[in-house]
Design a protein around this ligand. Structure first.
Ligand code: NDP
Length: 240
């Protein structure tokens, strides 16, 4: 039977490309989203992929959703923690709310979803977890202490959980995308974006599919010797 793969934030942007790629790989995919129901419904009717709405930063909401997915579709054996937001500003201008929102959505959701699916993966003696970090978690970025801390935290989380999962057949890896052409990056002012592209050796922004291919590699059944790694997919912008 096809393994069930959950992609948080899987209905738009990078997550949507990941959901499609995992579907192509033969997984039964469940794409989650926070509140953009129009985008989720359009994605569902186009792809036939299940969509589920819940706030991945809210542990109780995740608990209910994961139980529902297990009951209606099957236990989660592949998990991609992709949901993420930015709330940029220099430290001087960053409120505690901006800090909390970014830490809770990017890093907290990673804890929530892993905590709620890891036990089942241990029992099944199989699991594939991929956490979507960022180049800015590796290199830092002006105006993003919250985001850089959250993404860097996801990279540390990955290495620690990989050690806990290894003897149960569970791999835990991260991908650190560079700048990818999605709504998140379209929000960056055009002049700033031009300067960023000028620093990318490949001379272009990434496509969501560039990241999705990395996820498919890391979540393949055959990829059982790859764990605790961070795959940089950034057009050569930062070699880490
Ligand atoms: P988008 O803003 O295009 O999409 C974000 C997705 O996450 C949406 O599906 C959104 O749901 C969902 N989401 C946001 N908050 C929550 C939440 N609290 N609970 C559940 N789902 C949530 O982002 P991208 O595709 O650009 O980014 C995807 C991931 O990749 C993020 O983690 C991001 O930090 C990371 N990344 C992106 C880069 C880029 O250049 N784009 C570079 C490096 C990393 P909804 O549709 O309902 O709003």
């Amino acid at each position: 039977m096809a393994r069930v793969a959950v992609v948080t934030g899987g209905t738009r942007g990078i997550g949507a490309a990941i959901s499609r790629e995992l579907q192509r790989q033969g997984r039964t995919v469940v794409a989650t989203y926070a509140g953009n129901a129009a985008a989720a419904e359009a994605f569902k009717s186009e792809t036939g992929i299940h969509v589920v709405q819940f706030d991945a930063s809210d542990f109780a909401a995740c608990e209910k959703a994961v139980a529902g997915i297990a009951a209606e579709i099957g236990p989660v054996e592949v998990l991609v923690n992709n949901a993420g937001i930015t709330r940029d500003g220099t430290l001087a201008r960053m409120s505690r709310d901006m800090w909390d929102a970014v830490i809770d959505t990017n890093l907290g959701s990673c804890y929530n979803m892993c905590k709620l699916t890891f036990e089942g993966m241990r029992a099944a003696k199989f699991g594939r977890i991929v956490n979507i970090g960022s180049i800015n978690g590796q290199a830092g970025q002006y105006g993003q202490v919250n985001y850089a801390a959250a993404k860097s935290g996801m990279h540390g989380f990955t290495k620690a959980l990989a050690q806990e999962g290894a003897r149960f057949g569970i791999t835990v890896n991260a991908i650190a995308p560079g700048y990818v052409d999605t709504d998140m990056v379209r929000a960056v002012p055009a002049d700033v974006l031009q300067k960023i592209i000028a620093r990318i050796p490949m001379g272009r922004l990434g496509h969501a599919e560039d990241i999705a291919r990395g996820v498919a590699f890391l979540t393949a059944d055959e990829a059982d010797f790859v764990t605790g790694s961070t795959l940089s997919i950034n057009g050569g912008q930062h070699m880490y």
